[in-house]
Design a protein around this ligand. Structure first.
Ligand code: BES
Ligand code: ZN
Ligand code: ZN
Length: 493
């Protein structure tokens, strides 16, 4: 990932490989750096603005300069119309800038960031968003590649006189480093990443970053009666784990916030096996655990004044000889029995035990994150995170954090009318809907049984946790979606 720095100097006068300029749609006046760029291109910039480049939101252009200027290229990035500018516009612009320079020998990029004057958003907020987009846009999963191209941008220096700039960029750096870790884990094949190896990664740096880590192996899971997590994991040669991290930045007096993540390191569906097309993408079914891990690590590095737990339910869902069968009944740690009608609805079963553990910590809030239902992708598609919950206040907080982080949520209901959908004939609760409707809500209704009275929000990130389309700052593969939302939520607490 690239590095982002800040400067208060004049972008047009400093030596670099590429000078980047932002354009609001239809605005033709040149800033100081714009004038320098125009001079360096022998007047080409002015002509472009007159008869070619409009500053539309997906527009970008890279042109070489003549000899005798302090930079070899200029990059023009369109932001779109003034009245539509928001944080996400700048995040996307950052991604597009880095992508536009891919393949060019432009290690040092200087970006002029003149005052933006957007109501409700400080320039520091916008620079944070732009830096996030630039860093994420430069992410590549390289663990299994021999040749990595060394071209493109290495460092981006943002030139601005805004207040709080350095802090904004530093926060973006921490958040994106952790999001990159989440993306690495999502992209890492199931052969490499399994409950035990995930737990090792979660435990790493605990001392250095100032949090504690508890890894529970089968014995302890048995002792705690976590039949849900054990049941899902029993078809795999790699045993399940429950990992609990604790960062206590809020002092002893504050009630903690517990983040819970679904960590299925590979979801074959189990005996209710999935079709083979795209089954490989199910290595990313631990996204929820990866983002709660990243969020807690970020909270520790940013020294946020909150008490945070991350609870990760890790298992591999495989159809081995010891696997649970459709029709089996599991006894969860809460005491509730679960009829497993479909072994592919395994996320909610492992979360049942993780949420029960979370509840016993007597937290202020519980937020769980899970790639839970394909139905979320059908209903809302990749731009949205499906949200359900039991507490208006927490729902509002999560919604605001998602908006600010460029990870928008959409609320689905958990009305009592839906409760009958998870009624089982032989157990306390059924792991799929007993009618073919409201697939995402059924997941939420099931989880609600395990959180008791604690204010709780469930985020179904199944849509968009794996990107397979062309996106301004995500490449193909795991996105670590939900990470930035969680960090923002913790910042706002
Ligand atoms: N991990 C999947 C959900 C999923 C699907 C995530 C596509 C990302 C992309 C989950 O465990 C699952 O298989 N859910 C089933 C539930 C059904 C059996 C009630 C589904 O969505 O089909
Ligand atoms: Zn599944
Ligand atoms: Zn799954």
């Amino acid at each position: 990932m690239i590095k982002v720095t800040t400067s208060r100097g004049k972008a047009g006068k400093s030596k670099c490989d590429v000078l980047a300029l932002l354009f609001v749609e239809g605005v033709k006046d040149l800033s100081d750096a714009g004038k320098a760029a125009d001079k360096a291109t022998g007047g080409a910039l002015k002509r472009l603005l007159k008869e070619g480049f409009e500053g539309k939101k997906a527009e970008s252009l890279v042109i070489p300069t003549g000899s005798g200027s302090s930079f070899s290229w200029i990059a023009l990035i369109g932001l779109g119309p003034r009245d539509k500018l928001d944080g996400e516009t700048y995040r996307k612009a950052g991604g597009r800038l880095i992508r536009a320079l891919n393949g060019k020998k432009t290690p040092r990029c200087h970006l002029e960031f003149p005052e933006q004057k957007i109501t409700g958003l400080s320039d520091a907020d916008l620079v944070r968003a732009l830096s996030e987009g630039a860093m994420l846009g430069s992410y590549k999963y390289t663990e299994f590649k021999k040749n990595n191209s060394n071209k493109g941008v290495k460092t981006l220096a943002v030139y601005s006189s805004a207040a709080g700039l350095k802090q904004a960029v530093d926060i973006a750096g921490v958040v994106c480093k952790e999001q990159a870790l989440a993306m690495d884990l999502c992209n890492r094949p199931g052969r490499e990443l399994y409950p035990e190896s995930f737990a090792k990664i979660a435990a790493a740096d605990a001392k250095k970053l100032g949090f504690t880590c508890k890894v529970m192996s089968e014995k302890e899971l048995e002792r705690r009666g976590m039949g849900g997590l054990l049941g899902v994991g029993q078809g795999s040669d790699r045993p399940p784990r429950l990992v609990v991290l604790h960062y206590s930045g809020g002092g002893k007096s504050k009630k903690p916030i517990v983040l819970v993540g679904k960590g299925i390191t590979f979801d074959s569906g189990g005996i209710s096996i999935k079709p083979s097309a795209k089954m490989g993408e199910m290595k990313t079914d631990m996204s929820g655990a990866a983002v709660v891990l990243g969020a807690l690590r970020a909270a520790a590095q940013l020294k946020l004044k909150t008490d945070v737990y991350a609870v990760m339910a890790l298992a591999e869902n495989m159809p081995g000889g010891g696997a649970i069968r459709p029709g089996d009944v599991l006894r969860s740690a809460s005491g509730l029995t679960i009829e497993v009608a479909n072994t592919d609805a395994e996320g909610r079963v492992v979360l049942a035990d993780a949420l029960d553990y979370a509840k016993r910590l007597k937290p202020k809030y519980i937020v769980d994150v899970a790639t839970l239902t394909g139905a979320a992708a059908i209903a809302l598609g990749s731009p949205a995170i499906a949200m359900m919950g039991t507490d208006e206040d927490l729902i509002a907080k999560v919604s605001a954090a998602g908006l600010a982080a460029g990870e928008r949520t959409w609320l689905l209901p958990l009305w009592e009318d839906y409760d009958e959908l998870v009624k089982s004939d032989i157990a306390d609760v059924l792991n799929v809907g007993n009618r073919r409707e409201a697939g995402t809500i059924v997941g939420g209704v099931f989880l609600k049984k395990f959180v008791g009275d604690v204010p709780w929000v469930h985020l179904d990130i199944a849509a968009g946790s794996w990107n397979s389309i062309s996106h301004p700052y995500y490449g193909k593969g795991g996105t670590g979606k939900g990470m930035r939302l969680l960090v923002k939520l913790l910042e706002n607490m």
